[in-house]
Ligand binder design. Structure first.
Ligand code: NAD
Length: 251
C-alpha cells in the first residue's frame, strides 16, 4: 500500500487581507497546511482566515510579526517548522504603498526607508530564512515574492515603490540561481491593478489614473497563479517575474 505523503506547508506574509489572504485560502484549498502572517495589529483578521481554513477541514496557524524585522522573520519560520512540521512554500507577499504618493523631489528619506524596509528587506528576510530551512530539510521548495507592474516600468510619483519592486526581481534572479541546486524555485508575481485596500485608496486611484477603463481583477487571479507555481509540475519555472495585468503592459 502506498504511504500517504505528508501535507506541504506554506507561509504567506501580509495575509490578513487582499492578495495574501486570497493566496492563503487558495493554497489551503489545494491541500497545503498554511501559516498566515501579518502585523500583530491584524491578529483578528489573521484569526478569521485561520478559522475559515479550519472550518473547511484544513490546517492553519497565525504567525503575526513584522517582516521588516529579522528577529520576527526568524521566529516566524521557527514557529511554523515547530508547529506544522516543516516549510515548503514561502510567499513573501507583504508590501506597502506609502500614501500620499509624492514626486521624487518631495519624497522624504523616512518614507523611502519605510517602503524599502517592508517591500525589499522584508522579502529578502523571508527568502533567506525560508531558504535556510528548505536547504536543511533537503526536499526542495518554492519561494515566491510580490513584484508589481511598477517593477517592470517605473511610474511618476512611485519612485520608492517602483525601486522596491524592481529590486525584488534582482533578488529573485540571484536567489533562483543559488537555490536551483537544492530544487528550490524562486519567482515573483507582477500584478497590474488588483482590487484590494491598496488600490481602493482615492489618492492612489487619482495619481495612477485608475479609471473605469483600467483593466482590473480580483485577488483570486493572483492566488491562482501562485497555486500553479507551487505545484510540483511547475518545477521548471524559476527566476521569473510573471505578469498578470489584463494586458496593461506586455512583455
Ligand atoms: P494590502 O494593502 O491589501 O495588503 C497588504 C498586507 O500586508 C496588509 O494586511 C498589511 O498589514 C501587511 N503588511 C504591511 N506591512 C507589513 C509588515 N511589515 N509585516 C507583515 N505584514 C505587513 O495589499 P495587496 O494589494 O493585497 O498587496 C499585496 C502585495 O501585492 C504587496 O506586496 C503589493 O505591493 C503587491 N501588489 C499589489 C497590487 C494591487 O493592485 N493590489 C499590484 C501590484 C503589486
Amino acid at each position: 500500500m502506498e504511504q500517504a505523503q505528508p501535507s506541504r506547508v506554506a507561509v504567506i506574509t501580509g495575509a490578513a487581507q487582499g492578495i495574501g489572504r486570497s493566496i492563503a485560502l487558495r493554497l489551503a484549498e489545494d491541500g497545503l497546511d498554511v501559516a498566515v502572517n501579518d502585523l500583530a495589529s491584524k491578529i483578528n483578521e489573521l484569526t478569521e482566515v485561520v478559522s475559515q481554513i479550519q472550518a473547511r477541514g484544513g490546517r492553519a496557524l497565525a504567525v503575526p510579526g513584522d517582516v521588516s524585522l529579522e528577529g520576527d522573520v526568524e521566529a516566524m519560520v521557527a514557529t511554523v517548522v515547530q508547529c506544522l512540521g516543516g516549510l515548503d512554500v514561502m510567499v513573501a507577499n507583504a508590501g506597502i504603498l506609502v500614501s500620499p504618493l509624492k514626486p521624487l523631489v518631495e519624497t522624504s528619506s523616512e518614507s523611502w526607508d519605510a517602503t524599502i524596509s517592508v517591500n525589499l528587506r522584508g522579502a529578502m528576510l523571508c527568502y533567506k530564512y525560508a531558504a535556510m530551512e528548505m536547504i536543511k530539510q533537503g526536499r526542495g521548495g518554492r519561494i515566491i515574492g510580490a513584484s508589481s507592474i511598477c517593477g517592470k516600468q517605473g511610474m511618476s510619483w512611485l519612485s520608492a515603490y517602483s525601486a522596491s519592486k524592481f529590486a525584488i526581481r534582482g533578488l529573485t534572479h540571484s536567489a533562483a540561481a543559488e537555490l536551483a541546486q537544492h530544487n528550490i524555485t524562486v519567482n515573483t508575481y507582477s500584478p497590474g491593478c488588483i482590487e484590494t485596500t491598496m488600490t481602493a485608496n482615492p489618492d492612489v486611484e487619482k495619481t495612477l489614473n485608475l479609471t473605469a477603463d483600467t483593466p482590473r481583477a480580483k485577488p483570486e487571479v493572483i492566488a491562482s497563479l501562485v497555486s500553479y507555481l507551487v505545484k510540483p509540475e511547475a518545477y521548471f519555472i524559476t527566476g521569473q517575474t510573471i505578469m498578470a495585468n489584463g494586458g496593461s503592459t506586455m512583455d
